[in-house]
Ligand binder design. Structure first.
Ligand code: SF4
Ligand code: SF4
Length: 105
């Protein structure tokens, strides 16, 4: 799988964030939410079938996290560190190229 384009930002936030909870939950570092890996909540994961994908980008647009980005050819790539398994991408995909399967941990 391709590497997340946000990897450098994530690593910077991890280095700079020294407290887990600040007084009043004040956000000192913009973008620090990247250290909260919401993918750990997941019960189902999206499984991508590239051969069916028509590159319409609906999954990319609708993902609320967002944990889908596009590779150099315009195909979606799923970032499982942040995908929480909501299934919206699979629901919106007109080509049935995304299948929700039970997560195995
Ligand atoms: S399952 Fe939800 S969070 Fe995960 S990639 Fe699809 S729309 Fe995004
Ligand atoms: S919604 Fe489906 S067909 Fe469209 S880009 Fe995403 S996976 Fe491909």
């Amino acid at each position: 799988m391709a590497e997340s384009p946000f990897k450098a930002d994530i690593e910077r936030a991890q280095r700079e964030l020294t407290e887990k909870m600040t007084p009043g939950a004040i956000v000192y570092i913009p973008g620090s939410s990247v250290i909260n890996k919401t993918g750990s909540w997941r019960v189902f994961r999206p499984e991508f079938h590239r051969d069916k994908c028509v590159r319409c980008y609906l999954c990319y647009i609708y993902c609320p996290e967002p944990s889908i980005y596009l590779d150099d050819e315009g195909y979606p790539v799923f970032d499982y560190d942040y995908c929480k398994g909501c299934g919206i991408c699979a629901n919106e995909c007109p080509a049935k190229a995304i299948e929700m399967v039970r997560e195995v941990k």
